[in-house]
Design a protein around this ligand. Structure first.
Ligand code: CP
Ligand code: NVA
Length: 302
């Protein structure tokens, strides 16, 4: 059996992503009803973290427990990875002992190399370029609140970062239109934009980008690894804040999402993120349910 990896949303077909989304909704209901479901009994997920995390660590670790398996937290600070052991060697060794590997790191090439040398599924839990697990949760959350996202318009406000790239991929995989409002100099990867130009466009004006939108999404102005650019970015992104004026441009039933952690008063105002159209708490909780569906898809014996 060939090993499947999840490095970007494009590693799964639209039909598989749709099935995982509906399975996430089902697993959530089962969990809430107190049903025990342990398809990953005796299986171990290694979780390699080279960057900080709250939601990702908790959701994967708890998800593995609920599925009857075990999760192993590995910080690069106290493994040989942090001391320069080659990625190829680490991938061979770690994958010889566990059943799946989740990685949060810097360069996307690190997860690609890991996958090339791993005998078990590799899950990208955020790189500088993509954050596909977050999109599983976001798409499940939209479905739960508003039904299918197919044919809808989504507006991304802010940095052309890893989350923005995953939204571009999602536009193709889940079939929606995406408007990206970002300042010049902070564009997403233009090869990726051009690849999906039938559904993705860059609109410099935030209000214009939000017009008649069904979902407004943003993220921090400075991502992990860009902390020293914070002040510079605060200036560059001053006109790229999601506030009430922006939300008012969108459709009446538009939702607001943010992968969190959020900075109130920077990329989003408190009156937007704490309002009723904001679904950020469901979005965060759905990391657990959506990833359980992913883990089951990649790791359960079929
Ligand atoms: N959204 C997200 O990935 O959160 P963490 O950085 O806390 O894992
Ligand atoms: N773009 C953010 C997402 C955090 C979940 C970062 O990479 O830091």
């Amino acid at each position: 059996m060939t090993v499947r990896h999840f490095l970007t949303l494009q590693d799964l077909t639209p039909a598989e992503l749709n099935a995982i989304m509906h399975r996430g909704i089902e697993l959530k209901a089962m969990q809430q009803a107190g049903k025990i479901f342990e398809p990953l009994k005796n299986q171990t997920l290694a979780m390699i973290f080279e960057k900080s995390s709250t939601r990702t660590r908790i959701s994967f670790e708890t998800g593995m427990t609920q599925l009857g398996g075990h999760a192993l937290f590995l910080s690069s600070r106290d493994t040989q990875l942090g001391r320069g052991e080659p990625i190829e060697d680490s991938a061979r060794v770690i994958s010889s002992m566990v059943d799946g590997i989740m990685i949060r790191t810097f360069g996307h090439d690190i997860v690609t190399i890991f996958a090339q040398h791993s005998s078990v599924p590799i899950i990208n839990a955020l790189t500088d370029d993509f954050h596909p697990c977050q999109l599983l949760a976001d798409m499940q959350t939209y479905q739960e609140h508003r039904g299918s996202i197919q044919g809808k318009t989504v507006t991304w406000v802010g940095d052309g970062n890893n989350m923005c790239h995953s939204y571009i991929n999602a536009a193709a995989q889940y079939d929606f239109k995406l408007r990206i409002a970002c300042p010049e100099g902070y564009d997403p990867n233009m090869d990726l934009v051009n690849q999906h130009q039938d559904r993705v466009e860059i609109v410099r004006n935030t209000l214009e980008a939000a017009e008649s939108s069904d979902l407004i999404v943003t993220d921090v102005w400075a991502s992990m690894g860009q902390e020293e650019e914070q002040k510079l970015r605060e200036k560059a992104f001053a006109n790229y804040q999601v506030n009430q004026q922006v939300m008012q441009q969108a459709n009446n039933d538009a939702l607001f999402m943010h992968c969190l952690p959020a900075h109130r008063g920077e990329e989003v105002t408190a009156d937007v993120i704490d309002a009723k159209d904001s679904v950020v708490w469901d979005e965060a909780e759905n990391r657990l349910h959506a990833q359980k569906a992913l883990l089951e898809f990649l790791m359960a014996q079929k």
